[in-house]
Design a protein around this ligand. Structure first.
Ligand SMILES: Cc1cc2nc3c(=O)[nH]c(=O)nc-3n(C[C@H](O)[C@H](O)[C@H](O)COP(=O)(O)O)c2cc1C
Length: 647
């Protein structure tokens, strides 16, 4: 008889329960607040918004926190669209949302917020009306020209009351706990901050006065929900701008309010002014903000949670084991892989899809008011995805190309019951992503290959590496459907022995390197080489660099680039010469960039000839990724996903 295998979790502390007031959370992994604009214009929840949060509950998080719900809508709306807790019709949507989270065994939590001086008192989503009055702790004119008025006493009273009413409302809707947002530069932090709170009444001046609003709000909330209902407080651990509060001040504040709360959520930075402290970029260490939680935890007895680029099970287990925090929160890691907590609990960590911190989620929210994730094609269509068609008859699907688009197509098709064979001409999977192996800050992109490979194996995809798909091969295999994902080929404006493509960056010679092309790939290559200690000059024909990077990633990347490399725009590479790279400016003047090695990063073109030769070789043919139009990882994965669904 087969011996039963006894289950022991690989990460026992992460998987252990924790009690907060009258509530027991099933593990230590909480889905951090993520707000998205798919609400109605009035700030009511939609079916799609509910499905978004439900996905994270189904994925095994101990609690799922709904993003910014505004308690005093007239003055506190923090984004183009935020949940309006004062709308007379909000209760039904809130109730359905709490049910959708709770039915999967997760605690339903919701963040109560007020944007204060950063409130977007707008009409159109994303469009701020500059001359509308905003209220903050004191009179101020913001850098965008908008005027902030000192909040009068009556308004403070009204706002405190609105928190109490909102707390009663979310409890009635069935939420198990709530989070009061006192960080990220929003109203409560504005009052805590000596830099912005210059009041001279009982809400300003000394630390206790500056904390008065927080205390009154917490008291109003407690009065509304009772002692068994957990109240979590989110703070930013320090303010890094002149005159802001220090970590020491935050510790004093934590000591002052700990008797009023059940969980202290230690974040950092702010949305409007210190964005990369709140949302650590790929250039920062995973868990770079944990040190704040660790320090604060030494001074309070209430449980403390840590956040910031977390998602590695091993690291999160260590955080709890070492006593740095009691709980870990994840936002982006659960956007890309909502099932992460379930995979941790089930010892399936090799199936976890890692967030690559590309910022597409946040940039797209600003840019098009929609929700997407570069690696997870379900994000933004969580509701519809439940109705994706199932195949009526399994087919034989041949996938040509083992890059991300091909792998995603294979995974999706196999997940729907088709027999799938994936062929890759090289001996390794990964396509263009393979080159990320060399770049430490892109390691999570590189790791995508291993995760997708593992998932394909589990889904029963047969992988044939070292196998080129030609028209003859397809005819011989006679698949019912062919998915062509053969990628692109690099464009080489110059040639010579010292020239390598960005994909072969590991082989670049010498200490002085010229990088041709200031797109995303070229900028990342330049930063990487400079980090390795090389002297790098980046040459770009256009006037700007990283124009293809998204609005959130671009400042982080460009900051690194200018700090580490010499950047010359308006310059065209002509040819390599013994001393380096000969270039020409717009006036036709030539200039030699001294370099021992040259990296070409001017992009790729689709492998059109190969694609054309494969058209019409099977009853169904779909084209995916760079072989159709050279774009990005997200496009390849999305096209792959839908090609897999369409069969
Ligand atoms: C798409 C997105 C939406 C977010 N929305 C909110 C929000 O509504 N309220 C909030 O306090 N923080 C919000 N955040 C910040 C996260 O809660 C979290 O603090 C931040 O992303 C850092 O955690 P991470 O590194 O795990 O992503 C959002 C983050 C993302 C990525």
């Amino acid at each position: 008889m087969k011996e039963a295998k006894i289950y022991t979790p690989n990460y026992p502390l992460l998987c252990s329960p924790i009690k907060l007031a009258g509530l027991t959370l099933k593990n230590r992994m909480i889905s951090a607040p993520m707000g998205f604009p798919d609400l109605t214009q009035d700030g009511l929840l939609t079916r799609d918004a509910i499905a978004f949060y439900e996905l994270r509950a189904r994925g095994g998080a101990a609690a799922v926190t709904v993003g910014e719900a505004v308690t005093h809508y007239r003055t506190g709306k923090s984004h183009g669209r935020s949940i309006n807790l004062q709308h007379p019709d909000v209760l039904a949507g809130l109730t359905n949302l709490a049910r959708a989270i709770r039915r999967h065994g997760a605690a339903a939590s919701i963040e109560l917020a007020h944007g204060g001086k950063f409130s977007a008192v707008d009409r159109l989503p994303g469009e701020r009306v500059r001359d509308a009055v905003k209220y903050g702790p004191a009179d101020e004119t913001l850098p965008d020209g908008s005027v902030v008025k000192q909040m009068p006493h009556e308004m403070i009273g009204e706002i405190v009351e609105s928190y109490g009413e909102a707390a009663a409302l979310v409890k009635r809707a069935g939420f198990d706990m709530l989070l009061v947002h006192a960080g990220h530069g929003w109203l409560i932090e504005q009052f805590l901050s000596p830099a912005t709170n210059t009041r001279t009444d009982e809400y300003g001046g000394n630390a206790i006065n500056r904390a008065r609003l927080a205390m009154e709000i917490l008291d109003a909330v407690r009065a509304a929900v009772g002692k068994d209902f957990p109240i979590e407080l989110r703070i930013s651990a320090e303010e890094t701008f002149p005159g802001g509060y220090s970590l020491k001040d935050a510790i004093e504040f934590a000591k002052l309010i700990e008797s009023r709360i059940d969980l202290l959520h230690v974040s950092a930075g702010s949305n409007e002014e210190r964005f990369y402290e709140t949302h650590p970029s790929m250039f920062m260490e995973r868990g770079c903000n944990v040190r704040f939680a660790e320090e604060i935890k030494k001074h309070v007895s209430v449980p403390v949670g840590a956040i910031g680029a977390l998602g590695e099970p091993e690291q999160m287990e260590r955080i709890i084991a070492s006593g740095s925090a009691d709980i870990v929160y994840m936002a982006r890691s659960l956007l890309v892989d909502p099932e992460l907590p379930r995979k941790v609990v089930q010892n399936r960590e090799d199936e976890i899809l890692r967030c690559i911190r590309c910022f597409m989620c946040l940039a797209e929210r600003m840019h098009t008011q929609t929700r997407i994730c570069a690696l997870n094609p379900v994000i933004g269509r969580e509701y519809e995805a439940q109705f994706d068609p199932q195949p009526t008859k399994p087919k034989y699907v041949l996938v040509a190309g083992g890059g991300p688009g091909g792998m995603q197509a294979a995974l999706t098709a196999a997940g729907r019951g088709h027999r799938v064979v994936l062929c890759e001409k090289e001996n390794e999977l990964g396509g263009a992503v393979r080159s990320e192996k060399e770049i430490p800050f892109k390691m999570d992109v590189f790791r995508l290959i291993a995760t997708m490979k593992r998932r394909m194996e589990l889904a029963g995809v047969e992988i044939r590496t070292g196998t080129e798909v030609t028209a003859d091969y397809v005819r011989e295999q006679a698949p019912d459907a062919l998915i062509v994902a053969v990628g692109g080929e690099p464009i080489m404006p110059v040639s010579g022995d010292k020239v390598v493509t960005a994909e072969n960056i590991a082989n670049v010679s010498g200490e002085r390197v010229a990088v041709i092309g200031g797109g995303l790939v070229g900028c990342e290559a330049a930063v990487h080489l400079a980090m390795k200690g090389k002297s790098v000059t980046l040459v770009e024909m256009a006037d700007t660099v990283a124009a293809d990077a998204n609005a959130r990633q671009r400042p982080a990347l460009v900051g690194q680039l200018y700090a580490r490399c010499s950047v010359i725009t308006g310059l065209k590479a002509l040819r390599t010469e013994p001393g380096g790279l000969l270039c020409e400016d717009r006036e036709g003047k030539t200039r030699l960039i001294e370099a021992d090695g040259v990296v070409c990063a001017v992009g790729s073109r689709p492998r059109s000839a190969l694609v054309d030769s494969l058209r019409g070789t099977a009853p169904e043919v779909a084209l995916v990724g760079d072989c159709v139009k050279v774009k990005d990882l997200r496009e390849a994965i999305f096209r792959g996903y839908h090609a897999g669904l369409d069969i």
